[in-house]
Design a protein around this ligand. Structure first.
Ligand code: PLP
Length: 366
């Protein structure tokens, strides 16, 4: 079977250079980085070098990074960590309706503990309204959390402006950058954020590792209490193996030029679909403020999952999900006001570094 992988937003393959960097930590350097003897030396040094690579990509200090198990943990730590640390100050968090479940679910959990959450609406392209954000902030607001780029449609939010508005009101600002790191610039000082989440497996590192940026001076309640690993912010023996993988991936991601080629391929793909299907295809997401690799396209009047079934060997995602035998529009497309007729036919194609241009007759079947 021919295999075409167009699901890089779900997960990326591990870059061969990342795998090579990790190899000796799988085979040889087994020491606990916190130990005081020879077996720890290499692991500890590698952990800190890796932290430096992540810090270089994000433009932050090494001590502003906490290694996590991935994007979900980083998001949970940001939301719950701020909520528990700032309980005396307030109980209100502002986020958006189109966040990943790794934000929405912790918010729902915090609501059970008494938090009040505002879920900002978005326009038809998936962008929030800045005045709406301004109006949502109250004297009880302790955190604004707005994703950098949406995983489904790729829309990029005006994070700099959002962070500025939060700061004008003395409120902390977090962004979930799981999808944007390695695809667009994500330097924390340019974005102006206080907290930022990353996920290794979206940037050619393995699954099971990520990082949370926590600006100096901000103190979060840990999610995992225990020994004083990660500066007392996340207990558990650090994995030099996984940190080295993330560090190498971030080192590679410093060069964003491969994304120019990916964008060209993505645009070519969209052009080809338009030529073939005319107004029977519609683009979901912002036409320009969008990740360079993401093409979420609706086959109008069709069901995305059925289209994918017929595209033998093509790995991509659909925007509609089957719940209890019923096909439902994704919450993201619903929040964008996409009609069921259009949204049910959504398919997310996400390209990556290894995507190449090959001629295909595949599409005549759709
Ligand atoms: C925007 C966004 N945030 C968070 C996550 C969760 O990351 P992880 O799978 O590393 O927990 C994902 C993964 O799909 C994502 O796309």
């Amino acid at each position: 079977m021919r295999r075409i992988y167009l699901d890089y937003n779900a997960s990326t393959p591990v870059d061969p250079a990342v795998a090579a960097a990790m190899k000796s930590f799988l085979e040889d350097h087994y020491g606990n980085p916190s130990s005081g003897h020879w077996a720890a030396t290499t692991a500890k040094a590698a952990l800190e070098t890796a932290r430096g690579h992540v810090a270089a990509l994000l433009g932050c200090h090494n001590d502003e990074l906490v290694f996590t198990s991935g994007g979900s943990e980083a998001n949970n730590h940001a939301l719950k960590g701020v909520f528990f640390a700032l309980r005396d100050k307030g109980d209100h968090i502002v986020t958006t309706r189109i966040e990943h479940p790794a934000i929405i679910e912790p918010c729902l959990f915090l609501e059970c503990l008494g938090a009040r959450i505002t879920y900002l609406p978005v326009d038809g392209t998936g962008r929030i309204d800045l005045d709406g954000l301004r109006r949502a902030i109250t004297p009880r607001t302790i955190l604004v959390s707005i994703m950098h780029a949406n995983n489904e449609v790729g829309t990029i939010q005006p994070i700099e402006e959002c962070a500025r508005i939060a700061h004008e009101h003395g409120v902390l600002f977090h962004t979930d950058a799981a999808q944007s790191v390695g695809k667009v610039p994500t330097r924390v000082n340019e974005l102006g954020v206080d907290l930022l989440s990353t996920a290794g497996h979206k940037v050619y590192a393995p699954k099971g590792v990520g990082a949370l940026f926590v600006r100096r001076g901000i103190s979060l309640e840990p999610l995992i209490h225990g020994a004083a690993h990660e500066g007392g912010r996340r207990a558990g023996t650090e994995s030099a193996l996984l940190a080295v993988g993330l560090g190498k991936a971030c080192e590679l991601a410093l060069d964003l030029t491969p994304m120019d080629r990916v964008r060209t391929l993505r645009d070519h793909f969209w052009q080809a679909l338009r030529e073939q299907f005319g107004n029977r295809v519609a683009l979901n997401g912002h036409p320009t403020h969008r990740l360079p690799n993401t093409l979420d396209v609706s086959f109008v009047g069709r069901i995305g999952a059925e289209i994918l079934e017929r595209l033998d060997g093509v790995a991509a995602s659909t925007g509609s999900a089957c719940h209890a035998g019923r096909i439902e529009l994704s919450p993201v497309l619903e929040a964008m006001g996409v009609t069921p007729e259009v949204g049910m036919g959504a398919v997310r194609f996400s390209l990556g570094r290894a995507t190449t241009r090959t001629k295909s007759t595949q599409w005549s079947n759709v």
